[in-house]
Design a protein around this ligand. Structure first.
Ligand SMILES: Cc1cc2nc3c(=O)[nH]c(=O)nc-3n(C[C@H](O)[C@H](O)[C@H](O)COP(=O)(O)OP(=O)(O)OC[C@H]3O[C@@H](n4cnc5c(N)ncnc54)[C@H](O)[C@@H]3O)c2cc1C
Length: 477
């Protein structure tokens, strides 16, 4: 980039991510053109023409920065000068430990701040083509309801199979909450596969009675209905909800994702399980496992209740619960570099839910980083990614490479990358055991809380260090 370059950075989409990205650019002295298609063109969920409209709940979830990963993300965003957090704090409504907002006041505050900024131009228009060859820096932040024309253009750029229009989220469990005196590690028929060890799955055995009771619970459990506009989007391509499979017959699941073949339970080698639930490593750290084939429309409370009846998962802690929604997201770990640039076309960055993060706060946080990365390039600098010990860094690392692709018949499964909330399972583990002041090892709830406090303390210290020293790491080539 030559000095004195005045070309604005173009941000497509004025939602949670795009608004935050535009703010971060403008407050770093970089001109921005923000393209938002509403009200010229509507989405199926937005109701207004305001920027950063919250399409559903008015909650930004827990504000506890000591014990909760999303609360930590709030605090980090505040320290990074986030417009989304400033608008949320100024429009807070009482909600216990959560940060809930007056949605109209919140969106109006974001819209006014960006409209008033001299470096921000807001254009109300749909961007329907890519890669916009005349532009040298573009952030695509068009969200889960990206307009069909632009989605088609993105698919043209990334390859059809790298863009999903529906998510199929299976629950994710913290590895250390599984009872390994009941469950055991083993791949079916001990197959090592590429990069595997032959013991890549955690298996939870079920007797015939337990299996039938489980199927009954799935059938009776309360489900979330599809929105009308979701119901018309086809998703039945190998990702049926588990309860829909159960409806097809009482034996269907044990011939599908719960089949018991090729597995021997070392805790009871003489007894063949009637069905087996398998969990597979989901992140490089190995701290998170996904329940294979368990994508579901069961209500969250029902998922926790029913899945904790699975032997070995009685005390399971869920990093993410399952779901199926209309969504638009790219296979980011494959396509993006560590600063959210499309490897094949580095002028383009992606931000927000389209990268496969999930949630208002996560989308805004990834928008914040995209804005800062793009601003640094405009200033001829190279911004290092935040440390993976911070909430921003942990989420970014997951999106840009931390997820482990699953294999389907020896081929990397394109469906295995699914949207992710921020959670402590994404953070590198702490070194050393946690102890009381008098040197005793902590146990139970006390240990869980102390671990969270240690993780959040480490995160904020490392974030402050990154802010102080990492921002202008090196002049760009
Ligand atoms: C129905 C629904 C309900 C949800 N509920 C919640 C919830 O309760 N809590 C939660 O945390 N998360 C929820 N999410 C998930 C997600 O966090 C939000 O969708 C969030 O708004 C994503 O932020 P974003 O900036 O990536 O996308 P958005 O906030 O959707 O912003 C994208 C913007 O891009 C615009 N746009 C799209 N295409 C174009 C184009 N071609 N040209 C120009 N502009 C374009 C859109 O109009 C929109 O303003 C929900 C998602 C959906 C779809």
């Amino acid at each position: 980039m030559s000095n004195g370059h005045v070309e604005p950075v173009h941000v497509i989409g004025g939602g949670l991510a795009g608004s935050e990205a535009a703010w971060q650019l403008a407050t770093r002295g970089v001109a921005v053109t923000l393209h938002e298609m509403r009200p010229v063109r509507a989405t199926a969920a937005h109701k207004s023409d305001a920027l950063a409209e919250l399409v559903c709940s008015n909650s930004l979830r827990s504000d506890d920065a000591e014990h909760n990963a999303v609360g930590l993300l709030h605090e980090e965003m505040r320290r990074l000068g986030s417009l989304i957090m400033r608008a949320a704090d100024a429009n807070q409504v009482p909600a216990g430990g959560a940060l809930a907002v007056d949605r109209e006041g919140f969106a109006a505050a974001v819209t006014e701040a960006l409209s008033a900024h001299p470096l921000v131009e807001i254009r109300r228009e749909e961007v329907a083509v890519l890669p916009l060859p005349q532009l040298d820096s573009v952030i695509v932040a068009t969200g889960p309801l990206t307009s069909p024309a632009l989605a088609e253009a993105i698919a043209g750029l990334t390859g059809e199979e790298a863009l999903a229009f529906f998510d199929a989220i299976a629950p994710i469990v913290h590895r250390d909450s599984i009872d390994m005196s009941v469950a055991w590690p083993q791949s079916r028929y001990d197959k090592a596969g590429p990069g595997g060890s032959g013991a890549d799955y955690i298996n939870c055995p079920m007797t015939r009675e337990q299996y039938y009771a489980f199927v009954d619970a799935l059938l009776a459990g309360q489900k979330v209905a599809f929105h009308e506009w979701e119901a018309t989007t086809p998703y039945f391509d190998g990702c049926l909800p588990i309860e829909v499979m159960a409806e097809r017959g009482r034996e269907t699941l044990r011939h599908g994702p719960m089949k018991p073949f090729g597995l021997t339970n070392p805790h009871a080698p003489g007894t063949k399980p009637y069905a087996v639930v398998q969990l597979r490593q989901d992140n490089r750290l190995g701290s998170l496992l996904n329940m294979v084939g368990f994508q579901t429309k069961l209500r969250h409370g029902e998922q926790t209740r029913i899945f904790r009846t699975i032997p070995g998962l009685e005390r399971a802690e869920f990093a993410r619960l399952g779901g199926l929604h209309r969504n638009t997201f790219i296979n980011a770990p494959k396509l993006l570099d560590p600063t959210l640039q499309l490897r094949a076309e580095p002028r383009l960055r992606f931000a927000g839910q389209i990268t496969g993060c999930e949630g208002y706060v996560e989308s805004a946080a990834i928008g914040l980083l995209a804005g800062r990365f793009a601003a640094a390039v405009r200033h001829g600098e190279h911004l290092l990614a935040p440390p993976p010990t911070t909430a921003h860094g942990a989420l970014l690392a997951h999106i840009t490479g931390g997820h482990i692709p699953a294999e389907d018949g020896g081929m990397p499964s394109l469906r295995s990358y699914q949207p992710m909330n921020v959670n402590f399972g994404l953070f590198p583990p702490l070194s050393g055991a946690l102890k009381t002041a008098d040197g005793q090892r902590l146990r139970g709830t006390e240990k869980t809380l102390a671990k969270k406090r240690a993780l959040t303390r480490r995160a904020l210290e490392d974030l402050d260090y990154w802010i102080a020293s990492g921002l202008h790491a090196a002049a760009a080539e």
